[in-house]
Design a protein around this ligand. Structure first.
Ligand SMILES: [Zn+2]
Length: 148
C-alpha cells in the first residue's frame, strides 16, 4: 500500500468518527406540533400535551370512555368521527338523517329541486307574442303603403 492511499484511508476514518447531526439523547427544543396545537386550542386542552397519544389520553379522561389514537389522528386529518358521543366530545355538530333529492341526489331545504327547475325552464311567451304582433303590424303598414 502506498503512502498516499494510507493517508486517504486515515482521513476517511476520522470523517466517520466525527459526530453528525444533533447529539443523541439530547432534546434541543420540545415544542408542540402545529396539528396538536390546533387540536388543543380547538378542544380547550392544556398546552403541555405533545403527542397524539397524550391528546387521546386527555380526551379519554374527559369523556369517561376510551378515545383511540386513531380517532385523534383521523380528527387531525379532517376525517371526523360519526358516533354522536365522539362528535360531542370533539365539539362537532350533530348528524341528522335527511332524505336525499330524488332528482339529483343532493340535499335541499325546499321541496322542489333547484337543479331540475333550471333545466326545464320554458321560454317566455310574452316576448314572442310581442314580436309577432310587431311583425304583423309592420307587414300590414307596408302593404297598405304599397296599395296606396
Ligand atoms: Zn335535487
Amino acid at each position: 500500500m502506498s503512502e498516499v492511499a494510507r493517508k486517504s484511508e486515515g482521513e476517511n476514518q476520522t470523517r466517520k468518527r466525527r459526530p453528525r447531526g444533533r447529539p443523541k439523547g439530547l432534546r434541543i427544543s420540545v415544542r408542540q406540533s402545529e396539528q396538536i396545537t390546533a387540536i388543543c386550542t380547538r378542544l380547550g386542552l392544556p398546552d403541555t400535551l405533545l403527542t397524539f397519544r397524550d391528546v387521546a389520553a386527555a380526551l379519554s379522561q374527559r369523556a369517561g370512555f376510551t378515545v383511540s389514537l386513531g380517532t385523534v389522528h383521523r380528527y387531525a386529518k379532517g376525517e371526523y368521527p360519526k358516533r354522536p358521543e365522539l362528535r360531542a366530545l370533539f365539539r362537532l355538530p350533530k348528524i341528522a338523517h335527511v332524505p336525499a333529492c330524488a332528482e339529483c341526489g343532493g340535499v335541499h331545504l325546499r321541496r322542489s329541486c333547484p337543479n331540475k327547475a333550471k333545466a326545464t325552464r320554458k321560454p317566455r311567451r310574452r316576448a314572442t307574442l310581442r314580436t309577432e304582433r310587431l311583425l304583423t303590424w309592420a307587414v300590414l303598414t307596408l302593404m297598405s303603403g304599397v296599395n296606396r
